[in-house]
Design a binder for this molecule. Structure first.
Ligand code: CU
Length: 496
């Protein structure tokens, strides 16, 4: 990873300095750092090692923001903790500094549970597909990701093969299976240069939308199905994405959502929009042949964010009229018929076909049933500000303290509570996925986009709509005096 001072995001803006990842060469002149970084393409059963060299510039040459100490997180893969790229240092020694490298033994590339004590040994139902990697240096993740240290990581296997003639017949990668990294950036109106507020505590809302490093680009597409893997790479903006015909905004154009985060849904959903919070991903199928046939053969269709956001705290809730939102990407539809051997989600999509708990359209990748399980324990996580910073259950993040442990082969119920209506938080749990059972007072059932496996969830403020099983306020504790560099081993099930 290094700095690239010659990035062009738009012809009307000057050359920008981004930090990024190159393809592994030693010469940045011929192999420049890219942002987003190169897409890592992995396959279950084929382990990989990624050696990352930190060749970032010194901090005093960072152009105002960015910290050249890095820890590259592979968001949600089941890695060993030392290869997760978690935020903690020095105790867990996951940072590396300028001039150093770090080996990520990612990746076992085994399904979760490969070393289980009981069958199945490696559960294909837990296959992960659309992941991303990003810097995760504690306290500086937002600015380093904003500076460019992020990229996509895609996993294939014998079912989700990347070839539309085999397996689940999803559109062929990379011709018709395309990652879209959405990024919200702020450019200084005087200099035209990328800027960031390192003192801002309310998140940052940009004035310019980038997709794969370009401002509002276009993509030429053929009249067939495409799989787009959409990532909200932050830093703060929530998107609600629609398809808009700019020449006829009254048209309401459907598409098909097939995943949440890294996980295929049990049944595709026919949707008019998808809601995407920071760090979340969704895979969608857009069928430009059907759009051409049903919507008067438009020459262009835009992916439009119609959700109003005025600060980094949360969206206002207002949905702009079609054509009045922020277009992030324009699809230019080419003429002529082309072959398409990919799976058509429409005939099996919900609500056309009623969704049920036993759905497994993408079998064997499916949702393990949870209706007959009894959680061993309920843990409660209360997200609030204290002393000017975010806290969980009145405590600050502390890399030196492990607050609880889990027991293998058990289920846990976690209540993530955001009592403050003024904020939304994307809550991400490393190394494991979860199911959303209830959101505020609403049970999540089949056919809901939340009815799938997630690794990040946007917790809306619950305001007056409290959990019916109320979370008792924990007594506010005084900060503990911490021993230096000595992790405490808590007993199992210690209160968080
Ligand atoms: Cu993660």
């Amino acid at each position: 990873m290094g700095a690239n001072p010659n990035v062009s995001v738009h012809p009307d803006l000057p050359a920008q300095t981004f930090w990024g990842f190159n393809r592994g060469g030693t010469n940045f002149a011929t192999d420049p750092p890219l942002s987003p970084g190169p897409t890592i393409v992995a396959r279950y059963g084929a382990p990989i090692l990624v050696r990352r060299f930190n060749q970032l510039p010194p901090q005093n040459q960072n152009g105002g923001f960015g910290v050249p100490e890095t820890s590259t997180h592979l968001h949600n893969f089941h890695s060993g903790p030392d290869s997760d790229g978690g935020p903690c240092d020095p105790v867990q020694a996951r940072f590396f500094r300028r001039g150093q490298y770090y080996d990520y033994y990612y990746y076992t590339m085994q399904y979760a549970g490969f070393d289980s004590t009981h069958p199945p040994y490696g559960d294909v139902r837990e296959a992960l597909s659309t992941l991303w990697y990003h810097d995760h240096r504690v306290d500086h993740t937002a600015e380093n990701v904003y500076k460019g240290l992020a990229g996509m990581h895609l996993n294939f296997d014998e079912f989700d093969t990347g070839d539309e003639n085999t397996g689940l017949h999803l559109p062929t990668f990379p011709a018709f299976d395309i990652p879209l990294v959405l990024a919200d950036k702020l450019f200084d109106p005087d200099t035209g240069l990328l800027c960031f507020d390192t003192f801002g505590l309310d998140g940052l809302v940009g004035d310019t939308q980038l997709v794969n490093g370009k401002v509002q680009p276009f993509l030429e597409v053929q009249k067939r199905r495409y799989r787009f893997r959409v990532l909200d790479s932050g830093p703060s903006r929530t998107y609600q994405l629609f398809l808009t015909n700019p020449d006829n905004p009254a048209q309401s154009i459907p598409f098909w959502q097939i995943s949440t985060d890294g996980n295929l849904l049990p049944r595709p959903l026919e949707v008019k929009s998808v809601l995407l919070g920071v760090s979340a991903r969704t895979d969608v199928i857009i069928d430009f042949k059907k759009i051409a046939e049903r919507f008067g053969n438009p020459s262009r269709i835009r992916l439009e964010n119609r959700l109003e956001v005025v600060n980094g705290r949360k969206p206002t809730g207002k949905i702009f009229a079609a054509g009045q939102g922020i277009p992030v990407l324009e699809f230019r539809i080419l003429g002529g018929a082309v072959t398409d051997n990919s799976f058509d989600p429409e005939p099996v999509s919900s609500p056309r076909v009623p969704a049920s708990v036993t759905d497994n359209v993408f079998a064997p990748i499916a949702l393990p049933p949870i209706d007959n399980i009894t959680p061993r324990i309920t843990r409660r996580f209360n997200f609030e500000r204290g002393n000017g910073q975010w806290q969980i259950n009145d405590q600050f993040m502390d890399c030196r303290r492990f607050r609880f442990r889990f027991e293998r082969n058990t289920w846990e119920r976690w209540v993530l509570q955001n009592p403050d209506d003024g904020w939304q938080h994307p809550i991400h749990i490393h190394l494991e996925e979860f199911r959303i059972v209830r959101r505020n007072n609403r049970l999540i059932g089949p056919g809901d986009p939340d009815f799938g496996r997630h690794d990040v969830v946007q917790t809306e403020g619950c305001g007056g709509d409290r959990d019916p099983d109320p979370v008792p306020r924990l007594p506010r504790r005084l900060p503990d005096a911490l021993p230096q560099h000595r992790p405490r081993g808590p007993p199992d099930d210690a209160p968080l």
